[in-house]
Design a protein around this ligand. Structure first.
Ligand SMILES: [Zn+2]
Length: 589
């Protein structure tokens, strides 16, 4: 993710709107549950208390205790959806292939829309609601450990009206809607085991009115039109975390291409991007080039499709939705921004293929995605990673709250704090200086292969770097990731580099690298109070990138407006070009 806004998790305490909205559905469902759960669990030939028990309502993440669920593992989601942009009505049938990890009398899914029916292994199951987004499912007979069953959930609702903690993750746009949020967005559009620990493959099929496009992850396998509806069929064939599944419905211009390695590229741009249209295309159309460069740093691209999309949302951030990142138009308000593309595509290795074990491991995602922006700057001759590290280190005095954030365990309120990114990248520069370029880049390249399609923690990374380098690194990571204070030695000095780099001891700051402001601009496109999270603490000082001078923020925005106006002249031409390409899009690629 890029562009710092904080998302309160769906299980935020005190959220009651959601429960009130769902009271009708819950009432009818609860009538099915007049029989106590223990009795309902006792199927033919089994007595209650034979060892089967309800699955836990959370997967065990201390940052978000209600996220995900216990007792089962999902291997595949099949989502068959229909969406009406005019009314924001989403209707769906989700078929979830789940394997019980223990004997279960019932289990939970995370979901917020109104459910009309649940079937487990073909048989109608009882269901009810609890908490902010829990759907409790009680099959007719307990699920035995290791049994794999289909769970079918039929549902409908308007995602923009589903408020959890007073907030919806769904972006309603003038021509459709978009699901792209972190750490949670699935609750607004499909039932799931909503935590990165339970990754699965996805088939996402979406019917939208003819003339409207439905964008999602992976490969567009087919597209067909019938009776005024066009159905778009997408497939993600590698394990994908639920928050990395995305859906964007609207009027998009689509461009397609093939990489040098033969992978399909598909990008989509809202036809309603205004002044940002040209800069968006000038950035996202470079995705294949960026991935080719990243392969040189991180090893082979982990997925079989790539691209990006820019919907007409008023938000400011970008998100690494798998294979096809989401970019807010405001990321391009200051002109072309390839750096944000580098950030989101770096996440395909660091965050998507290798996912966090728990949300406290967010540095595994953001420290590396930010560092990849520094490496891109180094490659472009706009400032080396060392120069950027020295600049960031010197920019922030010891009493800056920036240094109180621990990137290795920032806490849920600071999960997307700028320090996780910038101090997180500083830690990597210190590591690079300590173990040398050869071992450092061996680590960067080896890690995504070691944990491909899986999950890993900060501790796993420290152990891996120690194994590759043969060095003791615990103290280094403790200083840079876990101490709530500014390290005494600058990144250069910590490695015994030239005295000129010792920012802490020098009265003169190192010169600002040319790329610094462009990279920082990807941070300063804030959402505060504008399009979501209204009244939920956004706009508080600590939600802003800590330590960034307000002057810098407003300067960046003014620049963005001026450059956006300057680029507006080219919009028409770009639009025509892309529309022509869009017409060439074969339905069955
Ligand atoms: Zn990121």
């Amino acid at each position: 993710m890029n562009g710092f806004r904080r998302v309160r998790p769906p299980q935020a305490p005190g959220a009651s709107t959601h429960r009130r909205l769902l009271v009708t559905g819950a009432l009818s469902a609860s009538l099915l549950l007049l029989v106590p759960a223990s009795a309902a669990a006792g199927g033919p030939g089994r007595s209650p208390g034979d060892g089967a028990a309800p699955g836990a309502p959370g997967i065990g993440d201390p940052y978000y205790p209600a996220s995900g669920n216990g007792g089962y593992d999902v291997s595949h989601y099949d989502l068959r959806l229909r969406y009406r942009p005019a009314t924001d009505l989403l209707e769906g049938t989700a078929t979830i292939i789940a394997t019980a990890l223990e004997d279960l009398t019932r289990f939970n899914l995370d979901f917020g829309l109104t459910v009309s029916e649940v079937r487990v292994n073909g048989r109608e199951a009882a269901f009810t609601r609890s908490g902010d987004h829990e759907l409790e499912v009680t099959p007719v007979t307990p699920l035995r450990k290791n049994r794999t069953v289909p769970v079918v959930v039929r549902y409908a609702g308007k995602p923009s009206e589903l408020k959890i903690g007073g907030w919806t993750a769904w972006h309603r746009t003038p021509d459709g809607g978009v699901a792209a949020q972190e750490p949670a967005s699935a609750v607004w559009w499909f039932p799931s085991n909503d935590h990165p620990l339970d990754k699965a493959t996805f088939d996402i099929s979406v019917a939208v009115p003819d003339g409207t496009q439905a964008i999602s992850n992976g490969v567009l396998r087919s597209r067909s039109s019938r009776l005024g509806w066009t159905r778009w069929n997408w497939r993600s064939d590698r394990p994908q975390a639920t928050y990395l599944a995305t859906l964007a419905v609207g009027r998009f211009d689509i461009t397609t291409d093939t990489t040098a390695n033969g992978l399909p590229v598909l990008n989509a741009y809202s036809r309603d991007l205004g002044d940002n249209a040209g800069a968006a295309r000038a950035s996202v159309e470079r995705t294949a080039e960026v991935v080719e460069w990243l392969e040189g740093v991180f090893g082979p691209y982990p997925f079989n499709a790539l691209g990006g999309y820019v919907p007409n949302v008023p938000s400011g951030y970008a998100l690494e939705t798998q294979t096809r990142p989401f970019y807010s138009p405001r990321q391009f308000a200051a002109g072309a921004n390839v750096s944000v593309v580098v950030h989101e595509m770096a996440h395909q290795w660091y965050g998507d293929s290798v996912s966090v074990k728990g949300w406290r491991d967010i540095w595994i995602n953001e420290g590396f995605a930010r560092y990849s922006q520094w490496l891109w700057s180094e490659k472009e001759g706009e400032g080396t990673a060392q120069e950027l590290a020295d600049h960031v280190y010197a920019l922030r005095p010891a009493d800056d709250p920036f240094w109180t954030v621990k990137p290795g365990d920032p806490g849920p309120d600071r999960q997307f704090d700028l320090a996780v990114y910038d101090r997180g990248a500083l830690a990597l520069q210190v590591l690079r200086n300590k173990i040398g370029d050869e071992d450092f880049f061996t680590v960067l390249r080896g890690w995504p292969a070691e944990y491909a399609d899986g999950n890993a923690s900060v501790g796993d990374f420290v152990a891996y770097a120690e194994r590759i380098s043969g060095r003791q690194l615990a103290a280094l990571f403790d200083t840079w990731l876990y101490q709530p204070s500014k390290p005494a030695l600058s990144p250069g000095a910590a490695a015994g580099a030239a005295p000129a780099l010792r920012g802490a001891r020098s009265w003169a700051r190192p010169a600002e690298p040319r790329s610094y402001r462009r990279i920082a601009a990807t941070d300063t496109v804030h959402d505060h109070g504008r399009d979501h999270a209204r009244g939920r603490g956004h706009g508080r000082t600590q939600d802003r990138a800590p330590g960034l001078a307000p002057g810098l923020l407003s300067q960046g925005r003014a620049q963005g407006r001026a450059q956006g106006r300057a680029q507006g002249r080219d919009n028409g031409r770009h639009r025509d070009q892309v529309q022509n390409l869009s017409q060439d899009l074969s339905p069955d690629r």
